[in-house]
Write a protein that binds this ligand. Structure first.
Ligand code: SF4
Ligand code: SF4
Length: 386
């Protein structure tokens, strides 16, 4: 296993981190829910430790609220916590008042069976959730946790538009951050620009979703399969995706939500081999071909410039097109449909379009927005069109 320094913390973390958000159920199928095979999960965590993994990432809500407890069991089974780094996250969406932070943190300590957390993150920040918890005093709360030694380092995980990232980085003396980053999200969310910005400011950068929850490794569209073949057989698609992330110098550790020994062994092998800046030009070119293959699957060439907004009917045009493009790239995944239904209010969905045409007159790409919204609605609602 190779190790990297986690930004200004100076802590040496394994290039591969363990994301404890998905384990196998008793029938051997991956699950995100609370009914999983605890014994198998602990065995795998022990095997990861034995392979040199020293960064274990959990959260209040993972595995239906059971992930922190199983990490606690793992720590007890390991006998010693020495050299292991535990990261967990404050579910900011559950905080309604200032006292909520302390209450939630106490629950987390008790689930983990510890008195101290190494890396503590505000979970899934976006512009508005960050503003809300700042008003509730969350930054003062983090200060107090660091001061009394209940956490070593404070960070945040991020899911929002690229422009929201730097202001959050600049708003506090963070030690580290966690971002979604992979070959198809190079310019989404924090993106490469955000990764380099945070690393340049001295933050450790933890990468999550390097394989997009497995979407980048299984059931691949033919054009993507063909593009991967050009990368060569030295590594699988998963191996190449991890290598591409690990090649980037700002990355401190890459989390993988492994649930089998085979995955652990393959990922640990990659994390033991790839130093920053060592992918060859031909490997990078081949990965570029895969990125282009994914982009060519997009259903609509929306650049998310936002010039079409606001829509007088309230339709969230760029956001819908972003989810629609995800559905086109990953046709076997149920996530875009779920995202459409859960993250967009009914009044912002595609079926609210009145057909006025204002957006098309503003769109610099001259996209047939109305037609594409109808298509998106049909695909994302399973053909019902609403
Ligand atoms: S055509 Fe539809 S989406 Fe475009 S501005 Fe009019 S109502 Fe909004
Ligand atoms: S103006 Fe066109 S390209 Fe820009 S966000 Fe709207 S639909 Fe997309």
């Amino acid at each position: 296993m190779l190790y990297r320094t986690m930004g200004r913390t100076g802590v040496s973390v394994s290039a591969l981190g363990f994301g404890c958000m998905r384990f196998l159920n008793r029938r051997g199928r991956p699950t995100w829910g609370p009914r999983f095979d605890t014994g198998a999960a602990i065995s795998l965590l022990m095997a990861a430790r034995d392979a040199g993994v020293n960064y274990f990432d959990t959260a209040y809500n993972y595995m239906g609220g059971k992930s922190e407890s199983v990490v606690g069991e793992f720590l007890r089974a390991a006998g010693s916590r020495k050299g292991l780094h535990i990261a967990t996250k404050l579910p900011v969406w559950l905080a309604r008042r200032r006292t909520s932070f302390e209450r939630l943190f106490s629950v987390q300590l008790s689930r983990l069976g510890v008195e101290h957390v190494d890396f503590y993150l505000l979970h899934a920040l976006n512009e508005s959730s960050f503003a809300r918890v700042c008003d509730l005093g969350v930054l003062e709360f983090l200060d107090s946790l660091k001061k009394d030694g209940r956490i070593s380092f404070a960070g945040f995980s991020f899911h929002d538009k690229p422009a929201a990232f730097a202001p959050i980085v600049d708003a506090y003396g963070w030690d580290f951050c966690q971002i979604q980053y992979n070959i198809v999200d190079e310019n989404e969310q924090a993106g490469r620009t955000g990764l380099e910005y945070a690393a340049g400011k001295g933050l450790g950068v933890v990468v999550m979703e390097p394989l997009r929850g497995g979407d980048l490794t299984g059931g691949l569209p033919e054009s993507v399969e063909t593009a991967w073949k050009r990368a060569g057989r030295a590594r699988s698609a998963a191996g190449w995706c991890l290598s591409w992330v690990l090649d980037q110098p700002g990355v401190s550790t890459v989390l993988s939500g492994m649930n089998t020994r085979v995955q652990l062994d393959e990922n640990a092998g990659v994390a033991s081999a790839v130093l920053p800046g060592t992918l060859t030009a031909s490997a990078l070119k081949a990965v570029g071909g895969v990125q282009r293959a994914y982009r060519s699957l997009h259903g609509v060439g929306c650049t998310k410039c936002g010039y079409c907004m606001p829509c007088p009917a309230g339709v969230s045009i760029p956001r819908i097109f972003m989810i629609y493009n995800e559905a086109c790239m990953f046709p076997g995944s149920g996530i875009p449909g779920m995202d459409y239904n859960s993250s967009l209010k009914p009044e912002a969905r595609a079926d609210r379009c009145t057909g006025c045409g204002l957006c098309e007159s503003r769109c610099p790409q001259r996209l047939p927005v109305r037609e594409k919204l109808r298509e998106a609605s049909r695909i994302l609602t399973g053909g019902s069109g609403n």
